[in-house]
Design a protein around this ligand. Structure first.
Ligand SMILES: Cc1ncc(C[n+]2csc(CCOP(=O)(O)OP(=O)(O)O)c2C)c(N)n1
Ligand SMILES: [Mg+2]
Length: 374
């Protein structure tokens, strides 16, 4: 029988931090090279800028829907220690993850705008992935990616490969059976998977307190025999340190690990959501104090790795870069209107053929009435 010692319990109930909200060192400083630290900050800035542009493009009616990332950029710390051959199963609010895995702003914009270069050919909205980066697109049913990541990691272990998987999901996903099945399987079979629960306090309008009466998500991980830690998820140094150890251990000892990333969604759930109906503006203002970019910038400035004006310049440079990339992506041809009939079956089955005919007829009728089809 596996026992749980006091130290494990403390890790699951307390919050591990390296930096406080003002960027002061309050924990053990990890040894990370200067160039990696600067790179980490760049990824966070790129994620913030791209998020702002996707929001703007949605408001302009060009992007159908976007899930704002603002406040959750420290997730980049969790993925940076992975190898390119490891597999990642991200959530739909993970621009930083896509960038670290190697996706470019251009590719993300092509996807968001469903143009001719969209790698996923118009399939579903607001999800990103590409086998080029060993990154699986997020399924729309919340949390389905959890057992997928466990299964893939189990296969890696079975084949004797020294690879791991990492899966991101929200606090809301921990109420799905998939979370429990995934954790139990990983615990029993000692699967090299790292679970990263981005606990941002809300599952659309449901606050964390109504999700579970457990004291923390990490505490729930322990119950499945998975070593678990609660981390200040707005502290990128804490995220990097914990993830690096978890990844190395999973690779070597074939042990799963759960990281509960305590963070906060500063924007709306998606662009189709109005958060003023369920949370106060004061709450958001208060949480702005803890946002991850500001505190990490302060740390880098204090360390002499960047100046305030260099940081501002970085933000401006990426903003103009993404503006240009967005213009180019908008000028590309759209995907054909009937694209959703393709890319699933190699030959269309009879019922889809019938639906395709009906779809074409409907478009023809609309056009005969002189209406625009968009
Ligand atoms: C199985 C399932 N139920 C409901 C939904 C609708 N839905 C989409 S996102 C979401 C909230 C998820 O919250 P959380 O897991 O905390 O992730 P966050 O959006 O906060 O990042 C819900 C209920 C869904 N997509 N799938
Ligand atoms: Mg949430």
């Amino acid at each position: 029988m596996r026992s749980i010692d006091r130290k494990s319990l403390e890790k699951a109930l307390e919050t591990y931090r390296v930096l406080d909200e003002d960027g002061n060192l309050v924990g053990e400083e990890p040894s990370i090279s200067d160039s990696t630290l600067v790179k980490m900050f760049e990824y966070m800035v790129r994620a913030r800028v791209l998020d702002e542009w996707l929001l703007k493009l949605q408001r302009l009616g060009k992007v159908a829907i976007h899930a704002p990332n603002k406040g959750q950029e420290a997730i980049v710390g969790a993925v940076m220690p992975l190898r390119p051959e490891d597999w990642v199963f991200p959530s739909y609010r993970d621009l930083g993850v896509y960038l670290v895995r190697g996706m470019s702003e251009e590719e993300i914009l092509d996807r968001a705008l469903y143009n001719e270069d969209d790698p996923l050919k118009g399939s579903d909205f607001a999800i990103y992935g590409n086998r080029k980066y060993n990154m699986v697109p997020t399924p729309v049913p919340v949390g389905n990616q959890i057992p997928h990541a466990v299964g893939v990691a189990y296969a890696m272990k079975y084949r004797g490969e020294d690879l791991v998987t990492m899966v991101m999901f929200g606090d809301g996903a921990t109420s799905r059976g998939d979370f429990h099945a995934g954790l139990n399987f990983a615990g029993v079979y000692r699967v090299p998977v790292i679970f990263v629960c981005e606990n941002n306090g809300w599952a659309i309008s449901v606050p964390f307190e109504r999700q579970t009466r457990s004291p923390s998500i990490a505490f729930r991980g322990l119950a499945y025999g998975v070593d678990s830690i609660r981390v200040d998820g707005n502290d990128v140094l804490a995220m990097y340190t914990v993830a690096k150890q978890a990844i190395e251990r999973a690779r070597k000892d074939k042990e799963p690990y759960l990281i509960e990333m305590l963070t906060y969604r500063l924007g709306s759930h998606t662009t189709a959501d109005d958060p003023s109906r369920y949370r106060s503006e004061e709450e958001v203002r208060e949480m702005m104090r803890y946002e991850p970019l500001k505190r990490f910038k302060r740390y880098l400035v204090d360390k002499g790795l960047i100046t305030e004006s260099e940081a501002d310049e970085l933000y401006r440079r990426y903003s103009s870069y993404v503006e240009e990339a967005a213009k180019k992506a908008l000028n590309k041809s759209p995907l054909p209107r009937d694209i959703f009939f393709y890319n699933v079956y190699s030959t269309l089955p009879w019922n889809l053929k019938m639906q395709l005919e009906e779809f074409r007829e409907a478009i023809k009728t609309i056009e005969e009435f002189g209406l625009e089809v968009d």
